[in-house]
Structure formats: structure tokens, C-alpha cells
Design a protein around this ligand. Structure first.
Ligand SMILES: CC(=O)N[C@H]1[C@@H](OP(=O)(O)OP(=O)(O)OC[C@H]2O[C@@H](n3ccc(=O)[nH]c3=O)[C@H](O)[C@@H]2O)O[C@H](CO)[C@@H](O)[C@@H]1O
Length: 364
């Protein structure tokens, strides 16, 4: 039998890279001799993360459109044309059976060219609101794997499959105990832990909010395990100094440990993080980023709030509400329990399997 060949593209941020890697790993476990290659955007996170997982990645010169500066977009058409030409060459040489896109700059040109060459494509849309690129590509995709209901407004109804977002097996099958996790991060077992997640790149406004509530947290007996993002780490480390109540990290590699350590979680509302939070099922306060396309993080968060599965604080409400809401949650065990139970009901632990089940019939 000829070797199966898959091309995967997803990048820019962890939210697109981790699902792409989960799908690739599941394909690899079903077809151990399959050839799997990635396509990413030069200079972005995937160019580093994907080879670390053992996969070859091709880098395209593609960039995102800059929403705030028209001048910054002058080179965009040239980069797009060059990326499209490069994709044509890569696809002709690699001849994949299926091309899978999980979003990010590079997956647009790759899936566009694949569709024009008649190669079956599969889209995995993580968010409850689809971006413009996926919407366009959706018309010709063989399957669109989504994590939220009501996606018919973006994609042809017959191609949509509710699969959930892939979550890494280390998180789905985590056996990390709280005691081990506290030791791992050097946390105090006498205190409760507030886990702060700023998304794969960190979030400035969330970091400012944490600085604001630090004195309150200490008084309330709450220590802070804080993932602040690579960009903000150095500055925050200097400002915070030696504070035993605060444990600052640029990026946490062992997220299963972080989830096991937290009693309450305060987080951005990226779709991948939300899918993981549902599996973990801890009381959560979401602070969505208002700076993402079509405000999709707020929409992701609202899907949880409607099911009483998480609390939502908008950035504009941080000053007036954050401390009070956390205090109330900390002192209200039944509420924490109710949030956890409702959140767990939203978990889809076998999302990756469901997605690869849809890819299989398209091979060959
Ligand atoms: C600013 C931005 O554009 N955010 C988008 C990005 O979010 P972002 O890249 O933050 O992605 P998600 O929240 O979806 O997922 C983050 C992933 O990174 C992992 N992680 C995070 C921090 C860390 O220290 N260690 C770690 O491993 C998490 O476990 C998770 O698997 O993609 C998401 C999925 O399309 C979107 O919903 C977000 O709106």
C-alpha cells in the first residue's frame, strides 16, 4: 500500500499550533509510516515548535494584515503572491492525500492552492466565530470541524461536524496530582492558588490586572501562579522582585501541572484554552481579549457563561469588578462547585479522534 501523505498548516499562536500538532500526532499513531509535513509562516511560533515535535515545516513569507496601519500592509500583496507560488511548488512535490488547516496566516494560501489543485482539504475552526479566511475556504472544504454549535452562519451546513477542539493527551489523560503540581511549581500547600493564563503569547491587560489584585490576593491567602507571556516576563520580573506569594512564568510547558495546581483560574478566552478548561473543570473567571477578529474571544466566553460554566469580566470592568468577584468566588464553595460541574459538561475529550475519523475517508 502506498504511504499516506498529509500536509498540515496552523500557526501564528499556540491556539492554532497545538491543534495542528494533536491532529498530526493522531494521524502518525494510526499510520506510523505516513509522511507528514507542516507549512507555517516565517518567523512565527510554529517554525520553532513544530520541528521540536519532530515534523518538517516549510516557512512561507506570509504575514497577517495589520489592522491599525495601512502603510504596514503595502508589502502584503507581494508576500501573498509569493506564498501562493511557494505552496503550489510544495504541494506538487509533496503530493499529499489530504491537507488540513487549523488557522493562522499560512493555512490560508496552502488550503486555497490545495483546493484549486483538487486535493481534499479539512478545516478545523477553534472559535465560535469564524475568521474571514476560513469562511472563504469553507465553501470547498470536504469537512469543517468545529467546537461550537450554530456555525451554519459561516460554513455550508453539510460540511460542518461538531468535533470539539483537539486537546493534548497530556491534559486529557493527566494524572498530575495537586500535591505533585504544588511541589513542581514550588507553591505553598497551605494556601489556595490562583492560576492566571494570558494565552500562548500572554496578555498585557491581564498582567496589569494581576498587579492590581496582588495585595488583595496576599491578604486573602491566595498565592498566584502567573503565566504572563514571553514579551512581558522580564519587565514584570523586575517590578515584582522577590515576592514569595507570586510565581511568575513566561510560558508553562507542563500545562497539566498548572491546571492541577490551580484552585481558581483567571484566563483569556482563547478557544484552545477554553476546551482545556472544560476538561479540567475548575472554577474560572474569563477575561476575553477585545482585540481579536470580530471580538471572537467574548463570543467564546459567552458560550460558557450562558451555561453558567464560567464567569466573564470584560476588560472595561476589571477595575470595578475583578477583586470583588474573585473574593465572592473564593468564599462561595457551592458556587465554585456549580461552575466546575457545568464546565465539565462541556468537555469533549475525544475531539482529535473525531477529527481524524473524518480525515480517514478522504485519503487516496
Ligand atoms: C491573541 C490571539 O490571537 N488569540 C487567539 C489565539 O489564542 P492563543 O494562542 O492564546 O490560543 P488558545 O487559548 O486557543 O490556546 C493556547 C494554547 O497554548 C497552551 N499554552 C498556553 C500558555 C502556556 O504557558 N503554555 C501553553 O502550553 C495552552 O495549553 C493552549 O493549548 O488562538 C485562539 C484559537 O484560535 C483564539 O481563540 C485566540 O483568540
Amino acid at each position: 500500500m502506498p504511504k499516506k501523505r498529509f500536509m498540515v498548516s496552523g500557526g501564528g499562536t499556540g491556539g492554532h499550533i497545538f491543534p495542528a500538532l494533536s491532529i498530526a500526532n493522531e494521524l502518525k499513531s494510526r499510520y506510523p509510516d505516513a509522511a507528514i509535513e507542516f507549512v507555517g509562516a516565517e518567523g512565527r511560533m510554529e517554525m520553532d515548535r513544530v520541528p521540536k515535535e519532530g515534523y518538517k515545516i516549510h516557512g512561507l513569507p506570509i504575514v497577517g494584515l495589520n489592522r491599525s496601519s495601512i502603510a504596514a500592509n503595502l508589502k502584503f500583496p507581494v508576500k501573498l503572491i509569493r506564498s501562493v507560488a511557494q505552496c503550489r511548488k510544495i504541494l506538487k512535490e509533496f503530493r499529499p492525500d489530504v491537507v488540513i488547516g487549523t488557522g493562522g496566516f499560512a493555512s490560508g494560501p496552502l488550503l486555497y492552492v490545495a483546493q484549486r489543485m483538487g486535493i481534499p482539504t479539512v478545516i478545523q475552526e477553534q472559535n465560535s466565530y469564524a475568521g474571514i479566511t476560513n469562511k472563504r475556504l469553507g465553501a470547498k472544504a470536504k469537512a469543517i470541524c468545529v467546537a461550537y454549535e450554530g456555525m451554519e452562519s459561516f460554513f455550508p451546513k453539510d460540511s460542518i461536524y461538531l468535533t470539539g477542539n483537539p486537546v493534548r493527551p497530556v491534559i486529557v489523560d493527566s494524572h498530575a496530582s495537586k500535591a505533585d503540581a504544588l511541589v513542581y511549581f514550588g507553591l505553598n500547600p497551605e494556601k489556595k492558588t490562583l492560576l492566571v493564563l494570558g494565552g500562548s503569547l500572554g496578555a498585557r491587560r491581564v498582567n496589569e490586572a494581576v498587579e492590581q489584585i496582588m495585595p488583595w490576593a496576599e491578604k486573602a491567602g491566595l498565592q498566584i501562579l502567573w503565566q504572563c507571556g514571553k514579551l512581558y516576563y522580564k519587565q514584570l520580573e523586575q517590578r515584582i522582585g522577590d515576592n514569595p506569594n507570586v510565581h511568575l512564568h513566561a510560558f508553562i510547558s507542563k500545562m497539566e501541572m498548572a491546571y492541577a495546581a490551580g484552585d481558581i483560574i483567571m484566563s483569556r478566552a482563547g478557544a484552545g484554552t477554553i476546551s482545556e478548561l472544560a476538561i479540567v473543570g475548575k472554577p474560572t473567571v474569563l477575561i476575553p481579549s477585545p482585540n481579536v477578529a470580530e471580538d471572537h474571544q467574548t463570543k467564546n466566553a459567552l458560550a460558557l457563561v450562558e451555561r453558567k460554566a464560567a464567569l466573564l469580566i470584560r476588560e472595561s470592568e476589571i477595575d470595578e469588578r475583578l477583586e470583588a468577584d474573585l473574593e465572592r468566588l473564593l468564599n462561595d464553595e457551592p458556587r465554585r462547585k456549580q461552575l466546575s460541574e457545568n464546565l465539565k459538561k462541556m468537555a469533549i475529550p475525544d475531539a482529535t479522534t473525531r477529527i481524524v475519523d473524518l480525515i480517514e475517508p478522504l485519503i487516496g
